[in-house]
Design a protein around this ligand. Structure first.
Ligand code: FES
Length: 175
């Protein structure tokens, strides 16, 4: 006696619900991809705006030349820098940022020098290193004049090994 085997397909038919879910997943994928694209576009647009801002000169008014006496060092808070006027009238716009690890360096008038509170570097009133670990002089910022007004470009720090007389800016050129 032989038994016949029914070879009919016994797997259940694919439900319509499965194709519906596939469509939903496909739609969600498209939405996620669109959000990804929009996020990327807005990232690049905002990045371009910031770059444009960074590449522009940022000039601040430090004050009238007559307000800075020879032999003075004045904090220019808006520029995060000092305006040091030497005895001969020459001006330096000196960064507050220590060249060792970047701490803000206060000026100590009693000793006419900058003293870093972090690792005890000392700089004279031209920003020159008197005591390490600072590896080089404090950075400078370019100065120019609009009539009697001192303008400082705080977006272009100038790195330097040390002070030299050609770094000084004068309101009227020395004869
Ligand atoms: S950060 Fe100024 S001495 Fe180290």
């Amino acid at each position: 006696m032989t038994m016949s085997v029914d070879k009919k397909n016994t797997s259940p038919p694919v439900p319509k619900r499965r194709s519906f879910l596939t469509k939903i997943w496909f739609a969600l994928g498209i939405v996620a991809f669109a959000e990804f694209l929009l996020g990327g576009v807005s990232f690049f647009v905002s990045g371009r705006k910031n770059n444009a801002k960074d590449s522009c000169a940022v000039t601040i008014e430090a004050g009238n030349i007559n307000d800075f006496l020879p032999g003075s060092v004045t904090l220019i808070r808006a520029g995060n820098c000092y305006l040091s006027r030497l005895q001969d009238g020459g001006l330096l716009a000196i960064s507050r940022k220590c060249t060792h690890l970047g701490c803000a360096v206060p000026f100590v008038p009693e000793r006419n020098q900058f003293e870093c509170p972090c690792h005890a570097s000392i700089f004279d009133n031209t920003g020159n290193v008197i005591k390490s670990p600072a590896p080089r002089a404090l950075d400078l910022f370019p100065i120019h004049f609009v009539h009697d007004m001192i303008m400082i470009d705080i977006n272009q720090p100038i790195k330097r090994a040390g002070f030299s007389a050609d770094q000084l800016s004068y309101h009227q050129k020395k004869a």
